[in-house]
Structures are given as structure tokens and as C-alpha cells.
Design a protein around this ligand. Structure first.
Ligand code: SF4
Length: 71
């Protein structure tokens, strides 16, 4: 695939402080539960490395971790 390797994003729900920036950036990948105000990953969680790093960097709770995909 053009754009290089894929990373899997995972959310540490203990660290998530809500706000939904991840959902705003990647609406098909993250879903903020408005009852508990915690986000989760929906789907496979795979993003190109650069995009995954950008989303993780913009998470105010530092709750998004990246896992290298072995393909
Ligand atoms: S950007 Fe980070 S803190 Fe905000 S909802 Fe997403 S995972 Fe939680």
C-alpha cells in the first residue's frame, strides 16, 4: 500500500478524558460514548503510521497508543 506501514491504534480508557478529538479526526475509527464520555476504537483500528501518530499526538489525555502491525 502506498504511504507505508500501518499502525494499530488502541485507547487506554483509564487515560481518556473525553472531548472526542479522535472522533473528530477519524470519525469512522473512533466513537465517543456520550454516557461515559470515553472513546473506543471501532473497526480494525488500522491507520497509516503518519496519520496514527498525528491522531495520537493530538489526544489531550495521551490515551492513544500505537501498536506496530506485523503483516
Ligand atoms: S482524543 Fe484522547 S482523550 Fe479525547 S476522546 Fe479521544 S482518546 Fe479520549
Amino acid at each position: 500500500m502506498a504511504g507505508g506501514e500501518l499502525m494499530r491504534v488502541v485507547i487506554d480508557q483509564e487515560l481518556c478524558i473525553g472531548g472526542g478529538i479522535c472522533e473528530m479526526l477519524e470519525p469512522e475509527m473512533f466513537e465517543l460514548d456520550n454516557d461515559v464520555v470515553i472513546s473506543s476504537v471501532v473497526g480494525d483500528g488500522l491507520l497509516p503510521r503518519e496519520r496514527a501518530e498525528e491522531v495520537a499526538d493530538r489526544c489531550p489525555g495521551r490515551a492513544i497508543a500505537l501498536v506496530q502491525e506485523e503483516i
